[in-house]
Design a binder for this molecule. Structure first.
Ligand SMILES: C[S@@+](CC[C@H](N)C(=O)[O-])C[C@H]1O[C@@H](n2cnc3c(N)ncnc32)[C@H](O)[C@@H]1O
Length: 254
């Protein structure tokens, strides 16, 4: 019975997201070729994810178990683990890399980065003020939890308690990253700024992971991340290779 429920759930997700991609692409003025490109990437990755989930289930379960000793009130992250590992294995060969994360919350994705890339360094940019969807959240507690969770990595992370705009304004151009995770504000104007700024600080062959590519939080499609991300890719098409399209979108700088 559970098996049947899972299949129905999966099919629902599949059709729901495919329809969203088509409708949102039209609202974003994408050509028919671009729409076909995004739908094909999505279908390919959706199918391939079944294998990724089997291959890397153990790593996901291990992280979930080990993170029980830390202080997390939400898990928006661990379902990405099989996809991330599969992309990292093929595209990021070193462990001593430099990572930037915009939006860290209690640090779950940052802990994963620091454990997986065990000699990496990460800059976490986090206002500890939340966005539209966090009106009920006590950010004093979130900050306490972040500091507790990251404590054992204190030599390898820096936290910047400012907005991503201010972080980039203060930044020197010669500091560049191998991976940038954009998971801060999910309002399209801010996602556009974060994407443009991040791209300047990304190494060639480095990757950007956008969270919530298929998120439908705002009724007006143009306010969601999809709109910002596809426009950004269109404007930088020659310098970008798309690596993954699903609930997240992952790209590589050529
Ligand atoms: C979804 S949470 C991040 C989750 C985290 N990456 C994880 O996987 O555990 C989004 C976070 O982004 C932060 N945020 C929103 N807008 C921001 C901005 N412009 N600059 C920096 N942080 C921002 C919020 O305070 C919130 O904690």
């Amino acid at each position: 019975m559970n098996y049947l429920k899972n299949i129905i759930n999966l099919l629902n997700q599949f059709f729901d997201n495919t329809i969203f991609i088509i409708l949102a692409s039209k609202k974003s003025d994408l050509s028919i070729f671009e729409i076909i490109k995004y739908v094909s990437y999505f279908i390919f990755n959706f199918t391939f994810n079944l294998f990724r989930n089997l291959n890397y289930k153990e790593e996901k379960d291990k992280f979930r178990i080990s993170s029980k000793s830390l202080k997390f009130s939400k898990d928006w992250f661990t379902n990405n683990i099989p996809i991330w590992i599969s992309i990292f294995k093929r595209n990021i060969k070193k462990k001593n890399i430099k990572i930037l994360e915009i939006g860290s919350f209690e640090g779950m994705s940052a802990v994963f980065f620091l454990e997986y890339f065990n000699s990496s360094k990460i800059d976490c940019v986090e206002t500890f003020q939340g966005s539209d969807e966090h009106s009920e959240t006590d950010f004093n507690l979130i900050k306490k939890n972040f500091n507790y969770n990251l404590y054992k990595f204190k030599e390898r992370f820096d936290v910047h308690e400012i907005s991503s705009d201010n972080f980039f304004n203060e930044k020197k151009i010669d500091e560049i990253y191998d991976i940038i995770y954009i998971d801060g504000s999910h309002e399209s104007d801010q996602v556009t700024k974060d994407a443009q700024n991040s791209f300047k600080y990304l190494k060639s062959k480095g990757i950007i992971i956008f969270d919530d590519f298929l998120r439908k939080y705002y009724n007006e499609i143009q306010k969601n991340p999809f709109f910002a991300i596809v426009k950004f890719i269109k404007n930088n098409n020659k310098n970008i290779k798309i690596l993954y399209v699903g609930y997240q979108l992952i790209l590589q700088k050529k």
